[in-house]
Ligand binder design. Structure first.
Ligand code: DGJ
Length: 729
């Protein structure tokens, strides 16, 4: 890794192990232009790519005639309102109501390591593992300073970017848009890849041709959402898993976002990402700063596999923290699909007893243990143990579970308030609502106004008090409705536009406090399934519940889309009962186990009620988890075949760093007549090593497995899964 400034040419060059990123300062007005992002090159003298001498660029020395150049120049951080008609990255409104602003380079710093982003989650690294460039620009007229941050890592082909705005003037101004990253490039016949979804159908891969105009994915639901994902990739038309060029961005943020690509009249592409400007307006007082969240950028010349590997490496090493960063997670059993709201101490203990005898390591008590919560229409906010259900109290239950040799975990939904709750009766103004307007309920609940310190403190104490009261080693932090009716009873009129972002900052503050007070806690984020599965939340919790859809077949697409960016160690995945509660499908218990093994692994069923043959299979699945989880967590994941594309079968592998071991998962979704076997080609083995399938004599060379393939016998029937474990012979 390297960051260099070539003074004579006024060019910055950032190098990761396999990529280079160049930008340059031009013109008397010191505009910062994007030059190149791609395969690593040693030459830096390529400032000509900014095309400053090509019409319709009109150099700004000729100030009176610069009408068109803004619209063609590849800006590193485009500003709005002065003649660049492509979508800008930043907009402000002055007290006088004017909106134009500009960015002129002033100075820069190059430092070892990576400064924290105040109040925000971000990737991290020490002095040896990364270095950071700060480029400072200004708009003298607006009294605005803009600092652009770029970090490169020694061990990963990622570049992270963020932006800090400071008001250097004497009057306040309003930030109405602050994106965090932009890439102005030529269109290379790109396809746009994004992740789309819905409740119980999160992160399905979508790929389409990029056309002229603006195409974007976004959320202004107050969270990263089920529907769109804070991720965007532009891939050359011929890009496959293994080949082709990919430019990707992923937002380290859990609130509103917009990720977009705009193809201009000159066949330029502007790819950008940041906080969604809808309903965003941040008042910046003189001397005040605004820190925008981080974007991770990846360039891969090795197709989608190269992109995925870089994301996984970065997140495993430079984003996920805490005790469980690289530790095997306890196999849990969660009572949600087993009992929903209908449980007691006795019922939970009966599940725990049976589960512990089968090798399951932790009982998680889900929704319904507090206040008068016997359905989802009341009591959120009343975080007091309901001793009619939890007879003997929480400590008794936890102690009894511990006596069985199991850990205990608990569910919270701290950010919410039910209209039918003691909390709401006492503090109706604590809910987000527009004064005087009937607020929209969703799942019969409102969202708490976390822009208020007293509310944040109340929420924190509710959770912490419960955790201090017993030996609780895991928390599932849920969030079951999206934000609407934005209004805070506390914020002044000129700051109501800050509520969405202040809300997200408060969620981060809460989880930061929690993980500091309880450093041994295993935190799993969740949002009505996987609506807040994003890098922001991964900074606080090493795993996130992937989806409320636990059907093994549905999970194939959900987990494929999720693993396109996120390591397998982060994907909350459980075996549930059949017919599946979301889609009614019946799949073999073995298949459900094999699919869940690609994630954190656990159970979500009433183990006292499932068929005996399923129960008998649990100890074998537990053993498989213990055998393979180190490899699954630490190894490199590669996609081999995609059911979402071929509509027949799915296949992926995880290979160890030393390439001595590989675990292949093959799932035949629908069988076909006259298919005896399928040939699959493994990836990233050592071509010179000999491997054998565990338990078999015959050996295969790495090169044969990769280039010729392995013959997988076609299983008889639908929804059949198998694991193939190959080790060096
Ligand atoms: C949504 C979660 O995704 C489920 O797993 C469960 O915890 C429910 N909420 C409880 O209300």
């Amino acid at each position: 890794m390297k960051i260099t400034y070539f003074e004579k040419e006024r060019i910055f060059k950032l190098d990761t192990p396999k990529t280079s990123y160049l930008m340059g300062v031009v013109d008397e007005e010191n505009f910062l232009g994007h030059i190149y992002y791609g395969k690593r090159i040693e030459d830096y003298n390529i400032g000509y790519l900014m095309r400053t001498d090509e019409p319709p660029f009109v150099p700004s020395k000729n100030n009176r005639e610069r009408g068109s150049f803004y619209d063609t120049f590849p800006f590193e951080y485009p500003t709005g309102g002065l003649g660049d008609y492509r979508e800008s990255c930043i907009s402000i409104r002055t007290e006088g109501g004017h909106v134009g602003c500009s960015f002129s380079y002033v100075s820069h710093n190059i430092v070892k390591g990576k400064p924290d982003l105040t109040g925000l989650p971000a990737t991290f690294g020490d002095q040896d593992s990364c270095m950071t460039l700060e480029v400072i620009g200004e708009d003298k007229h607006a009294g605005m300073k803009v600092a652009l941050y770029y970090t490169v890592f020694a061990d990963t082909d990622a570049i992270t970017r963020s932006v800090k705005i400071e008001n250097m003037g004497e009057n306040p101004f309003y930030l109405t848009k602050v994106f965090s990253a932009c890439l102005d490039m030529d269109n290379q016949d790109f396809d746009m890849i994004s992740l789309h979804g819905s409740w119980a159908r999160e992160r399905h891969i979508q790929r389409k041709t990029l056309g002229y105009g603006i195409q974007n994915v976004s959320s202004f639901r107050g969270e990263s959402s089920h529907q769109d994902h804070p991720f965007l990739a532009l891939a050359t038309k011929n890009t496959t898993q293994e080949n082709g060029e990919v430019y990707a961005m992923n937002f380290v943020y859990s609130g509103n976002f917009r990720a977009q690509a705009e193809v201009s009249q000159f066949d330029g592409v502007r790819m950008s990402m940041g906080i969604h400007p809808e309903h965003f307006c941040w008042k910046l007082m003189p001397g005040a700063e605004f820190q925008a969240p981080e974007v991770v950028m990846i360039y891969s010349a090795e197709g989608l596999d190269g992109m995925t590997t870089s994301f996984h490496h970065l997140y495993k090493k430079h984003l996920i923290r805490g005790e469980y960063k690289d530790k095997k997670r306890p196999i849990l059993i969660n009572n949600w699909e087993a009992t929903y709201f209908d449980f007691t101490t006795e019922k939970l203990l009966s599940i725990a007893k049976e589960a512990s005898s089968l090798g399951i390591e932790m009982l998680v008590m889900d929704d319904g243990w507090f206040g008068k919560r016997s359905s989802d229409n009341c009591a959120l906010g009343d975080w007091v143990v309901n001793e009619e259900k939890i007879q003997g109290g929480l400590k008794y239950l936890v102690d009894e579970v511990n006596k069985l040799g199991m850990k205990f975990g608990i569910w919270f939904e701290p950010e919410m308030i039910s209209p039918d709750s003691d909390l709401y009766r006492e503090h109706p103004d604590w809910a987000i609502a527009i004064p005087g307007r009937v607020a929209t309920e969703s799942r019969q609940q409102y969202v708490l106004d976390l822009s208020r310190k007293e509310v944040v403190d109340y929420v924190y104490e509710c959770v912490a008090r419960i955790l201090r009261s017993a030996n609780i080693e895991y928390v599932k932090w849920d969030m079951n409705r999206q934000l609407s009716d934005l209004g805070s009873y506390e914020l002044s009129a000129d700051r109501q536009g800050e509520l969405y972002h202040r809300y997200v900052l408060a969620v981060y503050e809460l989880q930061d406090r929690l993980t500091k007070e309880f450093p041994h806690l295993l935190l799993e984020n969740c949002s009505g399934g996987g609506a807040r599965f994003d890098p922001g939340m991964l900074y606080y919790s090493p795993q996130i519940w992937c989806s409320d859809d636990t059907d093994a077949v549905e999970r194939l697409e959900i987990q494929e889309g999720t693993a396109l960016i996120y390591p397998l160690s982060t994907m909350g995945a459980h075996v549930s009962d059949c017919p599946n509660h979301t889609v009614g499908r019946v799949t073999p218990f073995e298949t459900r186990g094999i699919v869940a093994l690609a994630g954190t692994f656990g159970y979500e069923l009433d183990v006292t009620k499932i068929p005996q043959e399923d129960r008998d299979m649990i100890p074998k699945q537990v053993a498989m988890y213990h055998k393979y989880n180190d490899l699954v967590r630490r190894g490199d994941y590669y996609r081999i075949a995609s059911y979402s594309q071929n509509h027949k079968y799915d296949c992926w592998e995880v290979v160890s760093e030393d390439k001595k071991e590989v675990l292949v998962t093959f799932v035949q979704v629908l069988n076909r007549a006259n298919f005896k076997s399928r040939r699959i080609r493994l990836k990233e083995l050592d071509p010179n090593k000999q491997y054998h399938i565990e338990g078999e004599e015959r050996t295969y060379s790495g090169e044969a497995l990769m280039y010729a393939g392995l013959q997988i016998p076609n299983p008889w029937g639908d929804f059949k899964a198998m694991l193939i474990h190959l080790v060096e012979a």
